[in-house]
Design a protein around this ligand. Sequence first.
Ligand SMILES: [Mn+2]
Length: 229
Amino acid sequence: MFGRKAHIKRATRETKIDLKLNVDGAGKSKIFTGVPFFDHMLTLFAKHAVLDLNLKCRGDLEVDAHHTVEDCGIALGQAFLQALGNKAGIKRYGTGFSSASADIPGVLTGSRRGEAYVPMDECLARCVIDFSGRPYLVWRGLDKFAFKKLSQEEKVQDMSSAFRFGLAREFFQGFVNEGRCNLHLELLYGDEPHHIVEALFKAFAKATDFACQHDPRIAGKIPSTKGKL
Ligand SMILES: [Mn+2]
């Protein structure tokens, strides 16, 4: 396999992005967005999805991090759409575990249910993805944070708080819209802002990795009864 690659250049009045993706990479990345916490998230996304990602974004951070985060999601979604092409032979649905060791005949085990659970200390996040061609984001478990009255302390806390209070959702919505996938992200429990966002990005990485893998049994075939994804 030579690698499914995409190069996206996207420039608006708000951001300038240069993004290179190799879905069949090794987990290497070079990320610069001007938001160190976001760089941390994208770096661990590449690592845990085992893909190569080079991303440079110059955004209007003098406004805030919103455009930068959202537009990086848009560019990454475009890159996946391009790199996956007609999606022939891919697993399509994402789960974090490919091991068949826990399989019991006739019993649907966690390893086959199409879910990626990722813990991060006190947090547990779940991600399920389908590169279906239809954009839809389900975002659960974080509403209590979104509608929470922020204390002064939380307002001036590090960037991980801003992500928990809505920026992360903007990233994933941008990814879903342009990558035309169905993404379910859920925080099952957890409190610490850095842990929450990191668990979400890691679960996203594991599910994406699995969904993009080739299944040799359906080589060259589109994984849909419609014949098109
Ligand atoms: Mn971390």
